[in-house]
Design a protein around this ligand. Sequence first.
Ligand SMILES: CC(C)(COP(=O)(O)OP(=O)(O)OC[C@H]1O[C@@H](n2cnc3c(N)ncnc32)[C@H](O)[C@@H]1OP(=O)(O)O)[C@@H](O)C(=O)NCCC(=O)NCCS
Length: 188
Amino acid sequence: MNPPGQEAAAVGVRLRTMTPHDLEVVSRLEPELFGAEAWSPATLAAELDRTTGPGADRAYLVAHLEDAAPAGAADPQEAAGAPGPGAADAEPIVGYAGLWYGDGRGDADLLTIATIPAARRRGVATALLNALLTAAADAGCRAVLLEVRASNEGAQRLYATHGFKAIGRRRRYYLAPVEDAIVMRRPL
Ligand SMILES: CC(C)(COP(=O)(O)OP(=O)(O)OC[C@H]1O[C@@H](n2cnc3c(N)ncnc32)[C@H](O)[C@@H]1OP(=O)(O)O)[C@@H](O)C(=O)NCCC(=O)NCCS
């Protein structure tokens, strides 16, 4: 059993519950990761508001890498452990994800998931997804649904690896740029 807010993850990836203290960093990462479809700081704050209290219906996690060298550390001094430009933030957020689980009686919905480019293909999204699948199952949900851009083959492969199957297509679901969404579902 993990202490509250500390989720089990793959070796080298540490997950924890996203808190309001993370909003500044996550708001800065959003446009880098999602371009024109980035969520605004206000949207992120509203999402986080729904993670606690009696009406809580969603969960957000952030991921850190436990390496000595922070992912993407461009400064060799920093990578070697000496103080560098990012030294104050010794364990930066390298990914985050959110899930809506509602009242637990229906299907959950994966709301967002992203890993910073410097930390990709190291299992960060896998760890986040596994933890949110567990959260959905714990809430009583029967399955997890998600939408993914038709052109986003990397994400689709990630989801397929975790048992998601394409069940439909939503025409022009995304706006910037306009593109169809593939709807995927994974029974729990
Ligand atoms: C999609 C994304 C979340 C993957 O994050 P990640 O931390 O690199 O994923 P993981 O390391 O856990 O990858 C696990 C597996 O998924 C598949 N995968 C992930 N990214 C892939 C890519 N770009 N191309 C092909 N397969 C990919 C692989 O099978 C991978 O296993 P492998 O590295 O052993 O081959 C990340 O690329 C991202 O943030 N993209 C921008 C935001 C985004 O598109 N989010 C999804 C919105 S629906």
